[in-house]
Ligand binder design. Structure first.
Ligand code: PMP
Length: 370
C-alpha cells in the first residue's frame, strides 16, 4: 500500500474532529505497528509501562514549554470532552449551592456551559448574546458581573458563530475559566491570567478522546471532597492524570502535534502569524464581494481567525456553493445545523494552500453567481 497519502487528501475544513498535520499522520502511520524501541504499538501498551509514562510526560512537557505554563498551574488530561468540563467546573469550583458563577455567553458553547451551573450553584449570565443571535461579543460596559463570583467563564472562540475574543473579559482578580476548545495552541496565551483553560483536542491539539485542562493550584484547592473521584480535578491531578486508564492514543497524538508546533512551525508566535494571514485571505474575499458573502460576526473586530462563518443571499445558493466546492476537493464547509450557511474551519493544520484554494473558489463563485 502506498504511504504517499498526500495525493488523495482533500482540503478538509471540518470544525472537528479536524485536519491533522500530514507529518503527524505519517509519524503515527510509521510507528503504528511498533513504537521504536518498544516493539508494540501505542494502542497495545499499558498506561503503567515506562514507554507510556514517557509519552504522557513528553506531551505535558511540550505543552508547558509551548505555552510557558508556570508551576502555579497543573496540566491534567481528562476524558469526557469539553462537555464534561462544563459540569466539572461548577462542581469543583463552587463550594456551595449559594455561590455564584459569572458566565459570558457569546454562542452555543457558552450557553451549554452555563446550563450546567444550576446543578451546583447560582448562575449569573454576565452577558448573553442570544438576543442578538450571537453576532457580537460584549463591550466592557455590557458586562454585568456579580459582586462575589467564584469564577468567570467564557468561550475564547465560539466555533459555531465564528466569534473570537482578542482579550479575555476579566473582572479584577476573579479567576477566569476559559473554554479554548477551538483556538487552543493557535496563539500565545498568558496562562498566569487564568484560573483554568481547557480544550478538547480534536480541533487544534490532536484527536478526540482527550481534553487538556490547565488548572491553577489555587483553584485545585477548592475541589474539596464533594465529588466522585474521577469528577474531582484534584484527585485526577494528584495521580498525574492516571487515576484510571487515560486515553493513551489521544495523549500520544497531542504530544506529536505539540512536537510539530515546536519543531516544524516554530512555536505559538509563528502559528499565530500563519493563522491570521490565512484568515485574512478569506475575510478579504468576503469584504471585496460587494455583499455577496455576509459574515455572521457583525463587528470585524470580533471575527474568528479559526472558524470563518458566512452566508449568501439564499440557502439554495449556500447549497450550490457547498456542492461546487466539494467537487474541487474543498470539503466539510457546511455551517453548523443551528445556523446554516458556510463555515470554513482553518485551524493550525489547515495548510495555507488549502485556504488559497478556497479563496480562489470563493472569488470565482461570486463572479459566476453574483
Ligand atoms: N466547546 C467548544 C468551543 C466546542 O467547539 C466544542 C466542540 N465543538 C465543545 C465545547 C464540545 O466538545 P466535546 O464534543 O469534546 O465535548
Amino acid at each position: 500500500m502506498s504511504t504517499d497519502v498526500s495525493v488523495k487528501r482533500v482540503f478538509n475544513f471540518s470544525a472537528g474532529p479536524a485536519a491533522l498535520p500530514l507529518s503527524v499522520l505519517q509519524e503515527i502511520q510509521r510507528d503504528m505497528i511498533a513504537l521504536p524501541g518498544v516493539g508494540a504499538s501505542i494502542l497495545e501498551i499499558s498506561h503503567r509501562s515506562s514507554a507510556f509514562v514517557e509519552i504522557i510526560e513528553d506531551a505535558r512537557n511540550r505543552l508547558v514549554n509551548l505555552l510557558g505554563i508556570p508551576d502555579t498551574h497543573e496540566v491534567v488530561f481528562m476524558q469526557g470532552g469539553a462537555r464534561l468540563q462544563n459540569a466539572m467546573i461548577p462542581a469543583n469550583f463552587l463550594t456551595s449551592k449559594d455561590e455564584t458563577a459569572d458566565y459570558v455567553v457569546t454562542g452555543n458553547w457558552g450557553k451549554n456551559s452555563a446550563a450546567e451551573v444550576p446543578f451546583y450553584g447560582v448562575l449569573n449570565k454576565a452577558f448573553d448574546g442570544a438576543e442578538g443571535s450571537f453576532t457580537r461579543l460584549p463591550e466592557a460596559a455590557d458586562l454585568q458581573f456579580s459582586d462575589n463570583a467564584g469564577y468567570i467563564h467564557f468561550t475564547s472562540n465560539e466555533t459555531i458563530h465564528g466569534l473570537q475574543f482578542k482579550q479575555a473579559p476579566a473582572n479584577g482578580d476573579v479567576p477566569l475559566v476559559c473554554d479554548a476548545s477551538s483556538d487552543f495552541l493557535s496563539r500565545p496565551v498568558n496562562i498566569s491570567e487564568y484560573g483554568m483553560i481547557y480544550a478538547c483536542a480534536q480541533k487544534n491539539a490532536g484527536t478526540a478522546g482527550v481534553t487538556v485542562c490547565i488548572i491553577s493550584k489555587e483553584l485545585l484547592e477548592r475541589c474539596g471532597d464533594r465529588n466522585p473521584s474521577y469528577l474531582d480535578y484534584a484527585k485526577v491531578a494528584a495521580k498525574d492524570s492516571m487515576l484510571n486508564t487515560p486515553p493513551t492514543f489521544s495523549i500520544y497524538v497531542t504530544g506529536l502535534v505539540c512536537k510539530w508546533l515546536q519543531e516544524e512551525v516554530g512555536g505559538l508566535e509563528a502559528i499565530e502569524k500563519m493563522n491570521s494571514d490565512k484568515a485574512r485571505l478569506l475575510y478579504d474575499v468576503v469584504d471585496e464581494s460587494g455583499g455577496f458573502y455576509v459574515v455572521h460576526a457583525a463587528n470585524p473586530e470580533h471575527r474568528s481567525v479559526m472558524n470563518v462563518v458566512f452566508k449568501m443571499a439564499t440557502p439554495e445558493l449556500d447549497r450550490k456553493f457547498l456542492d461546487e466546492a466539494a467537487a474541487e476537493n474543498l470539503t466539510t464547509l457546511g455551517g453548523h445545523r443551528s445556523i446554516g450557511g458556510i463555515r470554513a474551519s482553518i485551524y493550525n493544520a489547515m495548510p495555507r494552500e488549502g485556504v488559497e484554494a478556497l479563496a480562489g473558489f470563493m472569488k470565482d463563485f461570486a463572479a459566476a453567481n453574483g
